[in-house]
Write a protein that binds this ligand. Structure first.
Ligand code: UDP
Length: 191
């Protein structure tokens, strides 16, 4: 049932982000597992935002997981399976013509709004937004938010217990995957 949960959660968050001025691919949820979206040409960049050290950041720099970062980290990876999605800096993305400078500025502006919006929203639900990955696409030449936002693409830790409420549950074999995903959706939908 993870797909249905992620579908509904993504749509819920996309609608909220639209209200905050971030254009998204969302058009209409058809049922549990199907959604009409605007067909975009995906920008081949994984845009990662980090509020707290975890995962590859902790590993790469030897920082303990859970250490709050004094600044928000914005990171890019080149979406390319053959190359293993390598970490990339802005000038690399421009040199490879993956985006224009103007598009990159828009991506950064929207990424920051997404972070501020989701951080506040999840906190109200008792969840700490550790880090997340988003993707953008081009639609009619404009940059819009696409892909998904779910516990598969965000690290969410319970504020009170510190429990991991995201895909690390199955990647790290922590158990209760279904229950945890359902709990996150329940909190997100509960207004
Ligand atoms: N992420 C993702 N897809 C990817 C890579 C990362 O959704 O292909 C998300 C991941 O869930 C986490 C954040 O981006 O919320 C940062 O991931 P990290 O670089 O720490 O790598 P990971 O530990 O997930 O391998």
């Amino acid at each position: 049932g993870k797909g249905a949960i992620n579908n509904r959660m993504t749509n819920n968050l996309m609608r909220r982000l639209e209200e905050k001025g971030v254009p998204t691919h969302y058009v209409e949820e058809i049922n549990d597992r199907d959604t009409f979206v605007k067909k975009v040409e995906i920008v081949p960049l994984e845009v990662i935002i980090r509020n707290t050290a975890a995962g590859s950041f902790s590993k790469r720099y030897g920082v303990p997981e859970g250490k709050k970062l004094p600044v928000t980290v914005l990171e890019f990876s080149y979406k390319n399976d053959d190359l293993g999605d390598p970490l990339m800096c802005e000038s690399h993305a421009l040199a490879l013509k993956l985006v224009t400078k103007e598009q990159l500025e828009t991506v950064k502006k929207y990424a920051s709004i997404v972070n501020e919006t989701l951080k506040e929203f999840f906190l109200e639900k008792g969840l700490k937004l550790i880090d997340f990955k988003i993707e953008f696409g081009l639609y009619d030449g404009e940059v819009i938010l696409a892909d998904e936002i779910s516990p598969d693409t965000c690290r969410l830790w319970d504020v009170k217990t510190g429990e991991k409420m995201d895909k690390d549950r199955f990647r790290r074999d922590l158990g209760n995957v279904e229950e945890t995903y359902a709990e996150v959706l329940k909190r997100v939908k509960n207004d």
